[in-house]
Ligand binder design. Structure first.
Ligand code: 4AD
Ligand code: MG
Length: 478
């Protein structure tokens, strides 16, 4: 058997008592022809491998270059040097893969995140991205654990769909029709009857509608999958392909929904803090270095771990949209005309407004409820005031909107009237309306943008740095 290695994380968690071990990994550095720092991705820490002078061939030593892949067997002993508790006295070194140091794009120095994005295929070998993707993994694991403990069913909703769940029309089309000689109907329209599915289809923007079907039979479900939006937003918070978690609960109102969302967010943050301490310490340090470049007033008031701790220990603020607008109208930036976008009841809150509310006014996550019906999707439950709907958005410091959700309209006539008013085709969604025709129940759900959550926990300021291979306008490399 080839793989009898011990992972470096496990090795560093044990005691060095002269035992024989085998590790495999990539060379981070090789000092004085004697000290190799080896990393295998299981932890940010390297194991030091010592090559006794004279023991190995010069030819072999010359091949121990940055990012070469090695298999090392030797004795694990306490280290006499500073900076590490243990090291491996190399008995055998096998070069698994050479790496030409001249050509290798990552040098042992600081690279900008922008540069690393261009070599996203190699950035997993850096400390920063090692930490980010281990934290991302932990959050994903914690999400499944949270819902599993609560008895939710993980539902796989389709990625190719014929419906536009959000009604925002920002969809990628899916088709096998040719661009030239596209089949046309008599009146010149594209003839989708000849397409693969016999109809127009697109990549899903949300699994919610199908999630509602699941919840109104299984009781409580969640989805966790990729979603796609063709919005031309070049911002540090938008991706064209992102992962979303969408729980949907029967027998649930807006307040239950908010309570679940808050408990959920706190649970997964706590999980990462308990299981990824080393990575979060590293990311906190990284963020501090990065913020040194910024003027004092642009730096975070709290370091990363204190911020996360603070979120765990404080209830999220809950206010209505109407209250939020009132706060904004009385705010210093509004009075000094510092906001770029208008503040007026009925208009959507822009990211600058959301950030004022969470970062300056409340200084903690805020749940904004009861938005004007006109700016929200057709499926949200209409409030008695005739103007607002039972929506909730959760806004997080440094990120803005991290969750969007609502109680759903379960009353058939009201839902149909709203669909008509908003030009949502009822015939195409008759399967959706069936849940309201047969045993309809109050139900609610929300969507958490996974990458925005990873940004919040890791402190990474650009969303392109928390997903392995970002898809953004004009960019689908790798
Ligand atoms: O607010 P949104 O559009 O809500 C929905 O899709 C509902 N169907 C959810 C539900 O009730 N089941 O999106 C939900 C979240 C946002 O709050 C944001 O965190 C994230 O998805 N999101 C994006 N993340 C990255 N890039 C984008 N382009 C995103 N658009 C939305
Ligand atoms: Mg939203």
């Amino acid at each position: 058997m080839f793989n009898k290695r011990i992972k470096i994380k496990k090795l560093l968690g044990g005691q060095p008592s002269g035992q024989q071990v085998t590790v495999m990994g990539w060379v981070k550095s090789f000092r004085n022809n004697q000290f190799i720092a080896l990393n295998d991705g299981s932890t940010n820490s390297n194991i030091q491998v010592v090559t006794e002078l004279g023991k190995f061939d010069e030819a072999l030593l010359r091949r121990i270059t940055i990012s070469a892949a090695l298999k090392v067997s030797g004795q694990l002993v306490p280290s006499l040097g500073k900076g590490q508790q243990m090291e491996i006295k190399a008995g055998e070194i096998i070069i698994l893969g050479d790496s030409d140091a001249e050509k290798y794009p990552l040098q042992p120095k600081k690279h900008s995140l922008e540069f690393l994005r261009e070599i996203a295929h190699l950035r997993f070998r850096t400390n920063t991205f090692g930490a980010v993707f281990r934290v991302r993994h932990s959050l994903a694991f914690a999400i499944h654990q949270f819902f599993n403990e609560k008895g939710f069913v993980y539902l796989h909703t389709p990625i190719i769909t014929a419906s536009d769940a959000e009604g925002a029309g920002e969809m990628f089309k899916v088709t096998t029709l040719p661009f030239d000689n596209t089949p046309r109907t008599a009146d010149g329209e594209v003839n989708y009857k000849e397409d693969f599915f016999g109809r127009a289809t697109n990549l899903t923007v949300s699994g919610q509608l199908e999630g509602e079907l699941g919840a109104t039979g299984l009781g409580e479900i969640y989805t966790f999958g990729p979603t796609f939006r063709a919005e031309n937003s070049n911002t540090p918070r938008h991706l064209a392909e992102f992962w979303m978690i969408e729980p949907e609960m029967a027998f649930c109102d807006l307040e239950d929904n908010m309570n679940l969302a808050e408990e959920f967010i706190k649970y997964i943050i706590r999980y990462a803090m308990e299981h990824n301490r080393e990575d979060l310490d590293f990311l906190q340090q990284r963020l501090m270095e990065e913020e040194k470049q910024l003027p004092q007033d642009k730096r975070s008031e709290m370091n990363l771990l204190s911020k996360l701790e603070f979120v765990l220990n404080n209830a999220f603020e809950r206010i209505t949209y109407t209250e939020a607008v009132d706060i904004l109208l009385l705010s210093p930036p509004y009075k000094k005309k510092k906001f770029q976008y208008e503040v007026k009841w009925g208009m959507d809150l822009q990211s600058e407004h959301e950030r004022y509310l969470v970062e300056k006014h409340f200084k903690k996550p805020v749940i904004v409820t009861d938005y004007p019906a006109a700016i929200k999707a057709f499926y949200m439950r209409q409030n008695d005031d005739g103007k607002t709907v039972a929506a909730m958005d959760i806004l997080a410091p440094g990120i803005g909107e991290i969750v969007g959700g609502s109680q759903r309209e379960e009353r058939l006539e009201k839902l149909e009237a709203r669909m008509k008013a908003m030009n949502v085709p009822q015939e195409e969604l008759s399967w959706y309306l069936d849940t309201r025709r047969f045993g309809t129940v109050p139900h609610a759900g929300f969507g958490l943008g996974f990458e925005r959550m990873v940004q919040f926990v890791t402190g990474m300021s650009n969303i392109r740095d928390v997903i392995p291979f970002p898809r953004t306008p004009k960019n689908a490399a790798f």
